[in-house]
Design a protein around this ligand. Sequence first.
Ligand SMILES: [Zn+2]
Length: 146
Amino acid sequence: MKKINLNKLLERAREVRERAYAPYSRYHVGAALLSTSGKMYTGCNVENASYGLTVCAERNAIFKAISEGEREFVALAVVTANGGSPCGACRQVIFEFMNADAPVALADASLENIQSTTVGALLPEGFTPRKLREGQRRKNRKTTRS
Ligand SMILES: [Zn+2]
């Protein structure tokens, strides 16, 4: 695996942020992901007049990548006007496809204020596929006993 270039990811996140569809919040967000295959995927937020249908930039990027056959990512960059961090829903989706120690760069649109963090710092104790399987096994044991 090549060295992770977070600056390049931040540039791509800033570029895609320009395409955000955010007429309601006016909070434009761009996200860029690096997959284990070495490809980059980007996403912007897409809002809707029915607010609950809005999709964040982070999930948009991840869903695009998953639909292209990717399953795991090694780095994420998010750019907003003020360097805001991912919402709770996105943190859980990020946690599904990235290791806890994977780097996450959060920046404002100037890319001068960059916060470096990790997936695990954004979502300690995130829910994992393993936890789901453990819960299912427990339920099965109870069922067979009774
Ligand atoms: Zn979100």
